[in-house]
Ligand binder design. Structure first.
Ligand code: AQP
Length: 322
């Protein structure tokens, strides 16, 4: 099964990235799986060059600390494989501005940038290129990426229809629980690296004291009942779903053990700290030798380019490029 997925180095990874994406990636890693730090996507935000480089390195270490093994799957950095940007241009000449301006992420993020960058509008096309270059069958992602996946399929279908069968149509897969981890302060919106407030997002490698503080301050409600109900109790349901994702129980089973928010929160904080501590240790060790991480990425880029190059040439030829 050919698998592709990626993460933007727009900040350190948070709990949503880990539960919604990385754990699925580890579950389906194989020689046919390609995982990518999509640094070109991060350029759509205001980001200093040295920060972008440091965050890219940090995410390579984070992915490996989360369990991705470069001896099993391919791990690489998007900008080191030029076919991503090249295919993106070809697909920009297929996608329409109407399709792109309907994307929810664009609507949200463009409001936050005065005179937003063109890349913020077109990055879902780059994402389509990322996926289609690997003849991907399955894209393990969080629930927030459904709309982008739909666009990828639409663009591929349109291309195939106009220029002949070129791209395989991928499907997205989501975990059963925690496919959309919500902001701890605004539990009706997803936890996000760039949009959530400092208390709203819980980084994978926050200190134990910060994890305790953020979970303790997580917004709940006033009725005091521990019950799983996304409509009436989004804050508590978010905590229950995170708990369930880490413990393997259902959210309802977790809820049945608690009568007070305080106890649920302190046990959840403890569970998060216990789960992430060994990953943090491994990530810190990996960051001690960044040259080894870059070697892994360079080897990954060579393997990725061999696959992506063939698909890019097929698409370019189909469109009439010589
Ligand atoms: N809150 C979330 N819950 C579950 N999964 C999530 N993912 C992101 N947020 C959540 C999944 O993590 C993978 C990598 O996402 P990304 O960082 O490349 O882009 P994003 O979805 O736009 O994530 P952020 O945190 O919101 O980043 P910014 O703020 O920079 O845009 C994807 O599989 C995603 O579904």
């Amino acid at each position: 099964m050919r698998v592709f997925s990626g993460i933007q180095p727009s900040g350190p990874a948070h709990l949503g990235n880990y539960l919604g994406a990385f754990r699925q990636w580890v579950d389906v890693q194989s020689p046919d799986a390609f995982y990518c730090v999509v640094d070109l996507h991060a350029l759509t935000l205001e980001i200093a060059p040295d920060v972008l480089r440091a965050q890219t390195t940090d995410l390579l270490a984070t992915l490996m600390a989360s369990g991705l093994d470069p001896e099993i799957c391919t791990i690489f950095i998007q900008s080191q494989v030029p076919y991503h940007a090249q295919l993106s241009w070809l697909l920009e000449c297929v996608a329409t501005s109407g399709e792109l301006s309907r994307m929810t992420a664009f609507k949200e993020k463009s409001q936050r940038q005065e005179g937003y960058r063109v890349g913020l509008l077109t990055y879902p096309v780059l994402m389509a290129a990322d996926i289609l270059l690997y003849e991907t069958e399955e894209v393990p992602v969080g629930d927030d990426q459904r709309q982008h996946l739909e666009l990828t399929r639409d663009v591929a279908e349109k291309f195939n229809h106009r220029f002949g069968e070129t791209f395989r149509l991928p499907v997205g897969t989501q975990p059963k629980v925690a496919a959309r981890v919500m902001d701890l302060q605004e539990p009706t919106r997803k936890m996000s690296k760039s949009i959530s407030s400092p208390l709203g997002k819980l980084y994978m490698f926050d200190s134990p004291a910060d994890i305790e503080k953020k979970i303790a301050k997580a917004v709940t409600d006033n009725d005091g009942e521990v019950r799983f109900d996304w409509i009436k109790k989004p804050g508590v349901s978010n905590l229950l779903e995170i708990y369930s994702s880490l413990s393997g129980e259902t959210p309802q089973q977790v809820a049945s053990r608690y009568t007070r928010y305080g106890e649920l929160k302190s046990d959840l904080a403890e569970l998060i700290i216990k789960t992430l501590a060994p990953l943090k240790q491994r990530r810190d060790e990996l960051l001690e030798s960044p040259e080894d991480l870059y070697r892994v990425a360079a080897r990954g880029a060579d393997k990725a380019a061999a696959v992506a190059g063939a698909v890019y040439r097929r698409a370019a030829t189909a469109m009439g490029l010589t």
